[in-house]
Design a protein around this ligand. Structure first.
Ligand SMILES: Nc1nc2c(c(=O)[nH]1)N[C@H]1C(S)=C(S)[C@@H](COP(=O)(O)O)O[C@H]1N2
Ligand SMILES: [Mo]
Length: 296
């Protein structure tokens, strides 16, 4: 009796695993890019495969005696060489940014297959960056789990504010001065690789107190969902927000926060003041890459 039951369970588990594998394989690689209306557009496997190339190289994270055959898309083939710089965002909020010329010279590819098989998650898949020639790049340039690709044009992103059927496109530069706040701090920076490494320094970040920002535009609100380009979401209800110093930053001293610096908007929570809220953030005190808010 016991053995029969065990067998039945194993068969069920096995079937379930096979079905999951089929579904996952059918999905294939996907990548998000910025569309003309500043919403994220999904490039599915068929779009990516139409531009696919092969590359014999090494996975620098897992060196092997023989070269590996990668299948993927050269970043140059996705966006063309004319663009100034490119930022890649990964599911774990890791960011990697490069001048376009560096990506072209190093033959940077977003790869989904190695030796004919999908790249497993423990090796950086389903989509990871590999290079034909990466002699001069630090290993931290090998971005794993890549999800979003943004060119220069995508760096200075507006905020999409959505309530019901209406979408308002908010440009940081349009902020009325009387509503702005500025706070001097060592800016939080997402973990990642930046080709132009600039030492972080104490400076003024500009933006709003989140509650004031929402009240000013919408009057009463019951809650808000903040959406990050890398896929994380944070839902706050009005009692999380009202009367609290939750900082919503969109500019530094040079101008709008680029995505490689955690922009276009970031929510910064003073951890000591609001520890219960801070633990809900993917990074210790900050939700980076906020590009959309849904207001209720
Ligand atoms: N998505 C993602 N990619 C990433 C990282 C990360 O944390 N997340 N770490 C980077 C760093 S700092 C290095 S050194 C290499 C790590 O490779 P290793 O695990 O083979 O040492 O991957 C890079 N790619
Ligand atoms: Mo690293």
């Amino acid at each position: 009796m016991g053995l029969l039951r065990f067998c039945r369970i194993s068969v069920c588990c096995w079937l379930l695993m096979m079905m999951t594998a089929v579904v996952l394989a059918a999905e294939g690689p996907e990548l998000f890019v910025m569309g003309p209306d500043h919403s994220l557009v999904r490039l599915d496997a068929s779009v990516l495969k139409a531009k696919a190339s092969e590359l014999y190289s090494q996975d620098r994270n897992f060196p092997s005696p023989e070269p590996v055959l990668f299948e993927g898309v050269f970043i140059v083939d996705l966006i063309g060489e004319a663009e100034g710089s490119v930022t890649l965002l990964s599911e774990d909020q890791y960011v990697a940014s490069f001048p376009m010329g560096v990506l072209a010279d190093s033959m940077a590819m977003l790869a989904w297959n190695e030796n004919g098989r999908p790249i497993p998650r423990h090796r950086g898949g389903p989509l990871k960056i590999v290079f034909g020639n990466a002699a001069n790049l630090h290993p931290s340039a090998n971005a794993w789990y890549v999800k979003v690709l943004l060119s220069d044009r995508g760096q200075d992103l507006p905020l999409r504010m959505i309530r019901g059927p209406e979408t308002h496109i908010f440009l940081g530069g349009q902020m009325p001065d009387n509503q702005r706040i500025a706070k001097q701090l060592l800016p939080p920076v997402p973990k990642g690789y930046r080709y132009d490494t600039e030492r972080p320094r104490r400076q003024f970040l500009r933006g709003f107190i989140l509650g004031d920002f929402l009240k000013d535009r919408y009057g009463a609100f019951t809650g808000v969902t903040l959406r990050s380009l890398s896929g994380q979401e944070l839902r706050l209800v009005s009692s999380d927000i009202e009367g609290k110093d939750l900082f919503f930053f969109g500019l530094n001293e040079e101008g709008p926060l680029g995505v490689s610096r955690g922009g276009p908007w970031m929510l910064w929570v003073p951890v000591l003041k609001y520890p219960q809220l801070a633990v809900r953030l993917p990074n210790p005190d900050t939700l980076f890459f906020i590009y959309e808010m849904i207001v209720e």
